[in-house]
Ligand binder design. Structure first.
Ligand SMILES: Nc1ncnc2c1ncn2[C@@H]1O[C@H](COP(=O)(O)OP(=O)(O)O)[C@@H](O)[C@H]1O
Ligand SMILES: [Mg+2]
Length: 443
């Protein structure tokens, strides 16, 4: 059986898991010819979501006829550097390629494209014709962030003009009846793009907002359900639990963990699979994701993560080496930043006995933060201390700095990768392996 887990690319529509209410919301917008802005952290499933909407399968499942919809899907990152005319041109070229059923329109688009400079009005013209044929355009625009950052060929003024054209097309002009636009970005649109002008309504006001959050318990279960077989229920259940602990509800982490675990099991044949090898591969393959998440966090968010990781590390050590007992209070004052981190899928909130507790969604992200701290030095710490002082007293800041210094000197006391993956190795007792292997090789 080929590895059923998908890594390093958007999931194909038939492997897409969950997100039911988000898909509903998208179709509601499509059928009202309205617009939707999806946002979610790195690798949270934005591209997969758009791919799913673009699949005729989903339309048919819902009893809709996809043949009247002209679906155009592309990433703003493919227009490099991003410019408004590049954007309009990309839409028209993809439309031309997808309109084999309308050769006349295809010729019209070809004429526009060969005439050079394409504008919003070129698209308007095409939309009008599309409308006459009883069709409409579903515009699926991935990585819209690229349209909301300046580059050497795209100034702040260009950006303002572009966004106002988009708003005009989607909201004001007649041809809006033939258009539904869905964009994705890493952050909510109101946190990106140019500052608002008091005389105009915000450029993003015509979008309904919808975030992609980490998977719910049920979605995680569905995804890991690939690893299910009645005879091996018990081992599989343990493995699922182990995956959940290291990956949390993060779709890409879950798939990566599933992928390597599957491979380790399949290749290990008669011996116990190598839990250490699994742990190493998982860590090195997900480093980029963590790096990405980390770099996108604000300084305050990074500091909160460091504090959380240090407090938790203390719990993992055999002895108490530093004192961070009053950190909880600091966390509780940073509700908004914590909510941000929660939405990004980095941390999880749980209410226990009336008390809110935060923990890392993925134990490997937690380990990653510890490593990041372990690799810092005195000058970096000095810089961080400025942020600490915005969050806590001098005395507390010193305690935190001392905890970090302790870490530098005692890296070897930090539990090993394998200990961190404790559940995985515990879930893979030798005797169980042969039967798992047989199942995987289809016997
Ligand atoms: N709905 C989903 N079902 C199953 N796997 C998913 C889903 N969404 C995301 N994934 C997993 O997460 C990874 C990253 O998804 P992607 O759509 O590329 O994220 P983004 O565009 O937000 O960076 C994919 O390779 C896939 O393994
Ligand atoms: Mg993407």
């Amino acid at each position: 059986m080929p590895n059923p887990f998908v890594v390093a690319q958007p999931v194909p529509a038939e492997r897409f898991v969950g997100r039911t209410s988000e898909i509903e919301a998208a179709f509601d917008q499509i059928f009202n010819r309205s617009h939707l802005a999806i946002w979610g952290g790195p690798r949270m499933g934005k591209s997969s979501f758009l791919e799913k909407l673009a699949s005729p399968l989903v339309w048919e499942e819902r009893g809709e006829d996809p043949s009247n919809a002209v679906i155009v899907l592309f990433s703003c990152e493919s227009i490099n550097p991003f410019t408004a005319s590049g954007f309009w041109q990309e839409i028209l070229s993809i439309m031309r390629d997808n309109l084999d059923s309308e050769p006349e329109l295809q010729t019209d688009i070809e004429t526009i494209l060969s005439g050079g400079q394409t504008t919003k009005d070129s698209l308007r013209q095409v939309l009008r014709k599309l409308g006459k044929k009883g069709k409409f355009l579903v515009l699926l625009v991935d990585d819209y962030d690229a349209a909301l950052r300046e580059n050497e060929q795209y100034t702040q003024t260009d950006m303002e003009a572009f966004l106002s054209e988009c708003r005009n097309l989607a909201y004001h002009c007649q041809e809006r009846k033939y258009l539904s636009m869905i964009v994705t970005s890493l952050k909510r649109l109101n946190e990106l793009g140019p500052p608002l002008s008091p005389s105009k309504s915000p450029w993003y006001n015509h979008y309904l907002f919808q975030s992609l959050k980490p998977f719910t318990e049920a979605e995680v279960e569905r995804l890991l359900g690939i690893l299910y077989t009645p005879e091996l229920q018990e081992i599989i259940r343990k493995l699922q639990e182990a995956i959940r602990e290291i990956a949390g509800g993060h779709p890409a982490l879950l798939q990566t963990a599933g992928f390597f675990l599957y491979r380790e099991l399949r290749d290990s044949q008669e011996q116990a699979p190598d839990a250490q090898a699994f742990a190493r591969k998982f860590e090195s393959d997900t480093r980029q994701i963590f790096q990405n998440i980390w770099e996108r966090c604000s300084e305050v968010e990074q500091t909160l993560l460091m504090l959380m990781a240090l407090v938790r590390l203390q719990g993992r050590l055999h002895k108490r080496h530093y004192d961070l007992s009053d950190i909880d209070r600091i966390l509780s004052q940073k509700e908004r930043d914590l909510t941000n981190l929660e939405e990004q899928g980095v941390i999880t909130r749980q209410v226990k006995n009336g008390k809110t507790e935060y923990s890392f969604t993925s134990s490997i992200m937690e380990r990653w933060v510890i490593q990041e701290l372990g690799n810092s030095d005195e000058p970096l710490l000095k810089k961080r201390q400025k942020v600490f002082l915005n969050l806590m007293s001098h005395e507390q800041a010193d305690k935190v700095a001392n905890a970090i210094r302790w870490l530098w000197k005692h890296k070897n006391e930090v539990p090993s990768t394998l200990e961190w993956f404790g559940k995985v190795s515990a879930a893979l007792p030798k005797g169980a392996i042969q039967s798992l292997f047989n199942w995987m090789s289809g016997e």
